[in-house]
Design a protein around this ligand. Sequence first.
Ligand code: SF4
Length: 355
Amino acid sequence: MSTSQIASPGSRKVHDSFVPELVYFEPAALDYPKGQHIMEWVKDKGIPYRMTSSHNRITNLPGDTEQQKYKIAKRTLVVGLRKTLKFDTSKPSAEYAIPIATGCMGHCHYCYLQTTLGSKPYIRVYVNTDDIMNAAKAYIDERVPEITRFEAACTSDPVGLEPITGSLRELIEFMAEQEYGRLRFVTKFHYVDSLLDAHHNGHTRIRFSLNNKYVIQQFEPATSRFEQRIEAAAKVARAGYPLGFIIAPIIWHEGWEDGYAELFEALHQALPRDVSSGLTFELIQHRFTKTAKGVIEKRYPRTKLEMDIEKRKYKWGRWGQGKYVYPSEQAEALRMFISERIFDHFPDSTIDYFT
Ligand code: SF4
């Protein structure tokens, strides 16, 4: 068992905050207080570290097989500078992706980063947060008086890395001062304590990616557990942040109705009574591409994730290859059941979309 995981009663693993097994530093990262701080932490923890000329060229990762290399990469942290300060767009939920990290220590079987990050699954964090915030400011100024929204979780799960970097707190406090700027991110981790007393001014929406217990246990290793995420969401609500949930991937499995009913009941029990108004839900059914199916079967050969294309409906993609989703009747049953549970418990909330 790794040092970052402790056993819970019933031998389920509970993910405690992430401690990498190997860390790389770009030399220039040590010119920044954040880089120095991370270096001190690495030395203090006795984690092996190496220097690298570029965070984009980590080629000598240990491991004999592909699978081993992948596992080790997911526990390797690279500390560098974000040089590209041109932000990607992130429609429809935000105007731009704000880059504070790339990669994630989670092992969600279905994660799209497996295909999008290709041969670089290691975790990169950027220490030049001031440059990133200055670039965000320029994007905001360009669009005044329109509000500009930034999504911080397009290529990573930044809450998972917050205990190491503190970057989200900086972004939250920066955005609090931006009349025309808003921040949002989504997470499967519960490390929100350091964000609770941040000055947010209601300008940051924190969303939790949630699922029923079966899906979390089967398909989301090395992320925070059901109860941890729900407790963290309640803390975030009490801290006055705008709050939302992404229910994804919605999976059809034996007992799914009971599982999703339990999820919304537990949320209802945990959240403050006055939270319903302003609460948002995004519903995403499980989907996969042929490429992703191949990668997942290689990386998680024993996965119980059902990816039988015979049982799915093909949905053409606007760009590139299409995806396999549930047949319309099944998708509609999932959508109806979950929407009803949401409005039963949170009548003033909004469902942004089901896809
Ligand atoms: S937590 Fe999110 S980013 Fe990390 S592996 Fe899971 S799905 Fe991917």
